[in-house]
Design a protein around this ligand. Structure first.
Ligand SMILES: [Zn+2]
Length: 368
């Protein structure tokens, strides 16, 4: 089938002789695959159990084979086959840091950037929970968001599997971070008022199980605040989108359906094409209202057909963002010269830019 949205680089790759062994040895047969052809997945869709889909990507951002299918039944997009737990453990131990240029500990300019992102997210947190609330951050990274919440009076616990980042955050900011992944930790039922999970769900082998665990740890009426890459984004460069460590790509309907299966009711789901990330806030309910179930398949496939490098460059986005980027670089350079530690950077940033919170004063029965 002729496809007008294929970039020149992709044209040269076709027809594609792919050794389908991205992370795994489970499939080693040479197979001819073509973007946007119908595809029968080895791994059934974890949301609707279907196998039939459309192949929306064949290569990761480094050009290595990476089949990503979009399930016809529900529109959940995922890498096929989903690697086994052992294969994932090997990947994170041996290749993740090397392929994605992860440093052993966060660099000062990255701390500043992450601190700014933490402030944006904190603006939603203050609407969901008061200071004093029990908060769990899944995937705390370098600890910037955990530190901001701790500073503003929230009782925060974080989970972070990366040893270097976690230990840095614990010693630099004194935050309470646990080692491991969601599978390695256990909390009491209903222990948390709020759980945040930013850019983690797409890494989990079984997001349905992951969401069920998080829902169990939330008290009834508690909130789950999720951020994942947006499968419908129209503003991200296609060259950077498909990432070997990401096993799933979510549009709003499959994410809402997965959360509903865990007893979570959507309050806000923002996954329009104008956003690079899909942001969603759910509430744990005793009864999840019946939601309209529709497949996001056609929308996800259309977004991928539309998302070409040519369109991205013609949109002028790289040019319009250039002044902001240059300004940010100069700020970051100044910070790296003037600050010697992460705590100084975040203290200054949070003091000047993060919203204040006001704990309710204890009730005094003798006052008027
Ligand atoms: Zn499905």
């Amino acid at each position: 089938m002729k496809n007008k949205s294929i970039t020149p680089a992709r044209c040269r790759q076709r027809p594609l002789q792919v050794n389908l062994a991205p992370l795994t040895n489970s499939l080693d047969a040479e197979t001819i695959v073509q973007r946007f052809s119908s595809y029968v997945a080895t791994t059934p869709c974890p949301l609707c159990n279907g196998h039939e889909g459309t192949l929306i990507e064949t290569r990761d951002r480094h050009g290595a084979p990476l089949p990503v299918t979009c399930c016809r039944g529900c529109g959940l997009a995922y890498v096929d086959p989903i690697p086994t737990q052992d294969e994932l453990a090997r990947f994170y131990a041996q290749r993740y840091r090397k392929e994605y240029k992860q440093a052993l500990t966060p660099r000062l300019k990255h701390i500043y950037r992450a601190g700014r992102v933490a402030i944006d997210r904190f603006r939603n947190v203050v609407l969901l929970a008061n200071p004093g609330a029990r908060v769990l951050e899944c995937g705390a990274g370098g600890g910037e968001f955990s530190y901001l919440l701790t500073r503003r009076g929230y009782r925060l616990t974080g989970i972070e599997p990366n040893d270097g980042y976690r230990e840095y955050a614990k010693s630099e900011y004194g935050v309470d971070l646990r080692s491991g992944t969601l599978d390695d930790v256990s909390f009491s039922e209903g222990e948390f008022d709020l759980i945040t999970i930013f850019h983690v769900l797409e890494h989990l082998r079984d997001p349905r199980d992951g969401l069920a665990r998080l829902a169990r740890w939330l008290r009834p009426g508690g909130h789950l605040y999720v951020e994942v890459p947006n499968a419908l984004t129209g503003v991200s460069s296609p060259a950077n989108l498909y990432h070997r460590a990401h096993l799933y790509y979510f549009a709003a309907p499959p994410l809402v359906a997965l959360a509903a299966a865990a007893g979570l009711t959507p309050l806000l789901v923002d996954g329009t094409a104008s956003r690079a990330n899909l942001v969603a806030i759910f509430r744990k309910s005793l009864e999840v209202p019946a939601l309209e179930q529709r497949s996001a398949h056609n929308d996800v496939v259309a977004a991928n057909r539309h998302r070409t490098l040519g369109r991205y460059l013609r949109s002028g986005r790289t040019l319009t963002q250039l002044p902001t980027r240059l300004w940010m670089r100069s700020v970051e350079r100044a910070i790296e010269k003037s600050a010697s530690r992460g705590r100084d950077i975040l203290d200054r940033l949070f003091e000047s830019e993060a919203p204040q919170t006001y704990a309710a004063a204890p009730h005094n029965p003798n006052s008027n």
